[in-house]
Design a binder for this molecule. Structure first.
Ligand code: DQA
Length: 143
């Protein structure tokens, strides 16, 4: 199965940013965890990170041409603002799982709305890095 992991702004700063919220493991640790997890699975996986909304839209559109079969997306702060990302996910019609490292239900009011989540088949929040692995397992059940 061809899967794409997309991470939004500031996730490249994992391990540096707000360790009390996101932990001390780095972005590279997250990428290694995901890559190792799929190693013995029938999965072809790409991981993309950008701090720029348009680049994230371009990546989602490219997934359509690349015949990606499942998207795991942590849109980070764009979760709560981006109708462009919502529309991009709806446009490509690829099953998507929204992942958040922190438990948004216990955080600020402005984090309670997720536009991107409206295009996702499932949302996993508050499970730390493990949420990405759960998302992969879920997408594999769709195959
Ligand atoms: C986040 C939660 C968002 O509200 C925040 O802007 C992030 C990370 C998470 O993974 O918990 O950057 O998506």
């Amino acid at each position: 199965m061809k899967l794409l992991v997309i991470n939004g702004p500031n996730l490249n700063f994992l391990g540096i940013r707000e360790p009390e919220v996101y932990g001390t493991a780095t972005y590279q640790d997250l990428c290694d965890l995901i890559t190792n997890y799929v190693e013995n699975k029938d999965v072809e996986l790409e991981i993309f990170q950008s701090n720029h909304e348009g680049d994230l839209v371009d990546c989602i559109q490219q997934a359509y041409y690349d015949k990606v079969e499942g998207i795991i997306i942590n849109p980070a702060a764009y979760t709560h603002t981006s109708i462009a990302l919502l529309d991009a996910l709806k446009s490509v019609m690829i099953p998507a799982v929204e992942v958040h490292i922190s438990d948004l239900t216990k955080r600020e009011d402005f984090r309670q709305i997720s536009y991107v989540g409206m295009a996702a088949k499932k949302t996993i929040k508050g499970h730390g890095f493990n949420g990405y692995l759960e998302a992969i397992d879920y997408l594999l059940t769709l195959k």
